[in-house]
Design a protein around this ligand. Structure first.
Ligand code: 2IT
Length: 448
C-alpha cells in the first residue's frame, strides 16, 4: 500500500464518522500523490502526512448567553488550529445551527492549503458555534458574540491566531467580537481579527474580496480557454456576502447573474441581479430571516421553493456560493445533461467527491474552491499588513493586489501542473501547489 493510502486509512480509522473531514482529506491526499512519490523517503521519515491530517489543537468550549427575555442559553464554541507552519493560524468563524467538530476540521484543513496558495504568511484554522443567528435580535447577537469571545480571547492574538467571518459572521459580528477582545486584553490589538469595519482598522474591499477574487480567478480560467465573462450568464447559489461580491464584479464585467438561492429555495431573475437589487441582497442578510423568497417578493420573478438552481436553470457558468456539498452527483448529472461547461466553486467544498469526478470525466471545467475563494482570506492577509504598519491602503491598491494574487494563484497552479506533466486539472493543481509550500515549511522547521 502506498504512503498516501496508508495515511488515508489511518485517518479514516481515527476520525470515524467525520464524513466531511474525511471527504476533504481523501480528495487532497489523492491529488498530491505525485508530489509525495517524488519525496516519499523524507516525507515519511518526518511523518509529514500524518502530521498534516492531525490538527495542532482542537478547542471546544461552552458559551452561555442571555436572550432578550432574560433566559439563558448554552451553545458550543469551536476553534480548530490546524497548521501554523507558514504563518499564524488564520480562518473564519461560522455561526450556524449545524456546526460541529467534523465541519470545523474540514474547513480548517481546507484553509491550510488555501492560505498556502495565497502566497501570504497564514496558517490554517477555523472556528464557530452551533448558535443559529436566524431570528435573533441585534442585542442577542451582540451578547452572544461577547460571550463567545470571553472564552476565545485566550487562544488568539495578532501573531498567534487571527479569526475572521464566515457564514453567520459578518462585519457586525466582527465588531462585537473585537470590542469584547479589546475590553478583556486592555489593548488595542486590531490585528487579532479581520473583516473589521473601516473605522477601527478594517480594509477597503474586504467585504467584496471573496466574490471579487472568485470572479478574477474565473477570468484567468476563461482567458486560458480563450474566453471572457462578457455576455455570459451565471447561476449563483446563496445570497450572502460572497454571492453579493461575485454578483457585483460579474455585472461590472458584463456578465449576468440569473439565480440566487437560500435554505428555502431559489429565485430565477432572467433580467439579471443588478443595480439596486444587489444592495437588496445586503438587506436580506442583515434581516436575519435567511429567506431568498424575500427577493422575489421585492422584485417579482420566479421563486422555486425547496430546490436549487443546478440542473433547473441553464447558464454558461455555475457558481455555488452557499455551502459545502451543495452539488451532489444528481446535480452533476443534470448539469452535464444541460450542457453547462464551467463550474467555478466559491463556497468551501461545494461539490461532493463523486460529483466532482463525474463533472471532470464529462469535460466540465472545474475550478476548485481552495483557489477560487482564496481572495477572501488573501484580503484578510492584506488587512493584517495594514494593521501592522498602522496605515490604510486605498481601495484601488487593495483591489490591484487582490487581482495580482488571484492571477498568481492561477499561474502557480499552471506551473505546478506543468512540473508534474499534467493537463489543465485545476483541482489537482491547487492541491499540489498548496501542499508543497506547507510540506516544505514543516520539513524546514523540524519535528515539534
Ligand atoms: O473560508 C474562508 O476562507 C473564510 N471564511 C475567510 C477566512 C479569513 O480569515 O478571512
Amino acid at each position: 500500500m502506498s504512503y498516501v493510502q496508508d495515511v488515508f486509512e489511518m485517518t479514516a480509522r481515527e476520525n470515524r464518522g467525520q464524513v466531511q473531514f474525511l471527504q476533504t482529506v481523501g480528495e487532497v491526499l489523492r491529488s498530491i500523490q505525485p508530489a509525495v512519490e517524488q519525496n516519499e523517503g523524507v516525507l515519511k521519515k518526518f511523518r509529514i502526512l500524518e502530521r498534516m491530517v492531525e490538527p495542532d489543537r482542537q478547542l471546544i468550549f461552552r458559551v452561555t448567553w442571555e436572550d432578550d427575555k432574560g433566559e439563558f442559553h448554552v451553545n458550543r464554541g469551536y476553534r480548530v488550529q490546524f497548521n501554523n507552519a507558514i504563518g499564524p493560524y488564520k480562518g473564519g468563524l461560522r455561526f450556524q445551527g449545524n456546526v460541529n467538530l467534523d465541519m470545523m476540521k474540514f474547513l480548517a484543513f481546507e484553509q491550510t492549503f488555501k492560505n498556502s496558495l495565497t502566497s501570504l504568511p497564514m496558517g490554517g484554522a477555523k472556528g464557530g458555534s452551533d448558535f443559529d443567528p436566524t431570528g435573533k435580535s441585534e442585542n442577542e447577537i451582540m451578547r452572544f458574540c461577547q460571550a463567545f469571545m470571553t472564552e476565545l480571547y485566550r487562544h488568539i492574538g495578532p501573531n498567534m491566531d487571527v479569526p475572521a467571518g464566515d457564514m453567520g459572521v459578518g462585519g457586525r459580528e466582527i465588531g462585537y467580537l473585537f470590542g469584547q477582545y479589546k475590553r478583556i486584553v486592555g489593548a488595542f490589538e486590531n490585528g487579532v481579527l479581520t473583516g473589521k469595519g473601516l473605522s477601527y482598522g478594517g480594509s477597503l474591499i474586504r467585504p467584496e474580496a471573496t466574490g471579487y477574487g472568485a470572479t478574477y480567478f474565473l477570468t484567468e480560467v476563461l482567458r486560458h480557454e480563450g474566453e471572457n465573462i462578457k455576455g455570459k450568464t451565471f447561476c449563483l447559489s446563496g445570497f450572502g456576502n460572497v454571492a453579493w461580491g461575485a454578483t457585483k464584479k460579474i455585472t461590472e464585467l458584463g456578465g449576468k447573474v440569473v439565480t440566487l438561492s437560500g435554505p428555502d429555495g431559489y429565485v430565477y431573475d432572467p433580467d439579471g441581479v443588478s443595480g439596486e437589487k444587489m444592495d437588496f441582497m445586503l438587506k436580506m442578510r442583515a434581516s436575519n430571516r435567511n429567506l431568498v423568497k424575500d427577493y422575489a417578493d421585492r422584485y417579482p420573478c420566479e421563486y422555486v421553493a425547496g430546490k436549487k438552481p443546478w440542473g433547473n436553470v441553464k447558464a454558461d457558468v455555475y457558481m455555488p456560493c452557499a455551502t459545502q456539498n451543495e452539488i451532489t452527483l444528481d446535480d452533476a448529472v443534470a448539469m452535464v445533461a444541460m450542457g453547462v461547461p464551467v463550474l467555478n466553486e466559491v463556497s468551501n467544498m461545494p461539490t461532493t467527491n463523486e460529483a466532482c469526478a463525474y463533472l471532470q470525466q464529462h469535460g466540465v471545467l472545474v475550478a476548485p474552491s481552495k483557489a477560487v475563494n482564496a481572495g477572501g482570506v488573501a484580503t484578510s492577509g492584506l488587512e493584517m499588513s495594514q494593521n501592522s504598519e498602522r496605515l490604510n491602503w486605498s481601495a484601488q491598491e487593495v483591489d490591484m493586489r487582490l487581482r495580482d494574487i488571484m492571477r498568481d494563484i492561477h499561474d502557480k497552479i499552471c506551473d505546478t501542473l506543468t512540473e508534474y506533466n499534467m493537463g489543465y486539472n485545476l483541482v489537482a493543481g491547487a492541491n499540489l501547489a498548496g501542499f508543497k509550500k506547507v510540506a516544505e515549511a514543516m520539513l524546514a522547521e523540524g519535528v515539534y
